[in-house]
Design a protein around this ligand. Structure first.
Ligand code: GTP
Length: 194
């Protein structure tokens, strides 16, 4: 991958843990470094406020040895590619392999095709994202950080999944994240001109 190309990268949602620069009780600055930026986001799920600590990792290969140390304990990973960049899409498989090796076995993974607002520059069809996501059994949607399309939904779906896991009674059915996303998501093509 060219260093100048937009890169696919995992954004992690992490719990607190001793010995690493992370966790909701630590200040934002302590969990960040030259290649990782962090933000806290509050999401209300069924009346319960859930705090997500989001780590935005750089996608470049040169940072991979650093980033896997960070996403190893993530509860959720958002894998983003840029719909206008084939290399960012092609990198997703490599990230999924990395994740399989280093991440928690029950990590929530979501594939996001970002920049859905620039449909005229699109090189990756939504169907290609859907096919890749199906292959790996992960939910998929197209997003736009510019218009906000599906961004709240992505975080809400993850917060719902994590909250359900945390408070679920043994006889309670699992939260169906795929079904929830499919019922809620907006298609990129219909909203490209927003
Ligand atoms: N039109 C449009 N531009 C976007 C969108 N998201 C990001 N950008 C632009 O794309 C460029 C790169 O954005 P970044 O957020 O730095 O991308 P990144 O993937 O985090 O970059 P790395 O961390 O270096 O891999 C910036 O100029 C953003 O303004 C989007 O949804 N739509």
């Amino acid at each position: 991958m060219s260093r100048r190309e937009p890169s696919a990268a995992p954004n992690g949602v992490c719990p607190a843990e001793e010995g690493r620069p992370q966790g909701p009780n630590r200040s934002q600055s302590t969990c960040c470094s030259h290649d990782i930026t962090c933000k806290n986001k509050m999401v209300t799920v069924d009346g319960v406020r859930v705090k997500l600590q989001i780590w935005d990792t750089a996608g470049q290969e040169r940072f991979r040895s650093v980033t896997h140390a960070y996403y190893r304990d993530a509860q959720a990973l958002l894998l983003l590619y840029d719909i206008t960049s084939k290399s960012s899409f092609d990198n997703i498989r490599a990230w999924l392999t990395e994740i399989h090796e280093y991440a928690q076995k029950d990590v929530v993974i979501m594939l996001l095709g970002n920049k859905a607002d620039v449909n005229n520059e699109r090189v990756i069809k939504a169907e290609d994202g859907e096919t890749l996501a199906r292959e790996y059994g992960v939910p998929f949607m197209e997003t736009s950080a510019k218009t906000g399309m599906n961004v709240e939904l992505a975080f809400l779906a993850i917060a719902k999944e994590l909250k359900h896991r945390a408070v679920r009674q043994p006889d309670e059915p699992k939260f169906q994240i795929h079904e929830y996303i499919e019922s809620q998501k907006k298609r990129g093509s219909c909203c490209a001109f927003i």
